[in-house]
Design a protein around this ligand. Structure first.
Ligand code: UP5
Ligand code: MG
Length: 195
């Protein structure tokens, strides 16, 4: 008999809400493959920005904290997912960003099994990103881009969360707490809803 399709979990939340941190923990505990859409786009833009006009434009967009074009993003995700070997599941970090992207993902790739929304106060988001900016320096961790990322998130998140709520796919977790506390809720949710 053919194997069932891997479970697909989407992790959404504001910039600095812990999407990367928690998705990696999920991948480790449940043997999921991990896909960070932001990382995918950043790698591609660094490789291609000097030689390719489309990607040099996208590099500017991302560095300013705006969203890359939807079709490019979907194409990148599709290519990445097709290369993934057999897996229990796939956890996708930082996608979708708005309802249009959600519709396009469902149309072109698949319906998610679960959406995890990491809810966090703006104050906490800023605090975490400022701290990270001092240590690492992602191109979009500057004050202006952080503000753009927060504004974009606020504008798009309510309709997106509502969209997934209406389909009974989303769990909202309080991500304003310690990493371990948040992950404890995530594992309880996954154990209950997916296995
Ligand atoms: N940290 C994490 N959890 C903590 C906790 N519970 N308590 C205390 N500290 C905690 O965490 C951020 C920082 O906080 C880290 O230093 C961590 O140690 C600490 P992280 O796990 O990195 O949070 P995350 O939500 O992943 O934050 P990130 O900055 O990555 O979020 P963004 O949404 O801004 O970044 P992403 O990479 O997803 O997207 C970047 C850009 O790519 C977008 O702005 C956009 O330009 C582009 N993009 C698209 O265009 N389309 C897409 O579909 C996706 C991305
Ligand atoms: Mg991240």
């Amino acid at each position: 008999p053919s194997r069932p399709r891997p479970k697909v979990i989407l992790v959404i939340g504001g910039p600095g809400s812990g999407k990367g941190t928690q998705s990696l923990k999920m991948a480790e505990r449940y043997g999921f493959q991990y896909v960070s859409v932001g990382e995918l786009l950043r790698k591609k833009m660094i490789h291609n920005a000097t030689s390719n006009r489309k990607w040099s434009l996208i590099a500017k967009i991302i560095t300013n904290g705006e969203l890359a074009p939807q079709e490019t993003t979907i194409t990148e995700i599709k290519q990445k997912i097709m290369k993934i070997p057999d897996a229990n599941g796939i956890v996708i970090d930082g996608f979708p960003r708005d309802v249009g992207q959600a519709l396009s993902f469902e149309d072109q790739i698949c319906s998610p099994d679960l959406v995890v929304f990491l809810a966090c106060t703006s104050h906490r988001l800023k605090e975490r990103l400022q701290k990270r900016a001092e240590q690492q320096g992602r191109p979009d961790d500057n004050p202006k881009a952080i503000d753009r990322r927060l504004t974009n998130f606020k504008q798009n998140t309510i309709p997106l969360v509502k969209y997934f709520q209406e389909r009974g796919l989303i769990v909202t977790l309080d991500a304003d707490r310690d990493e371990e506390e948040v992950f404890c809720d995530i594992s309880m949710t996954l154990d209950n809803k997916l296995f």
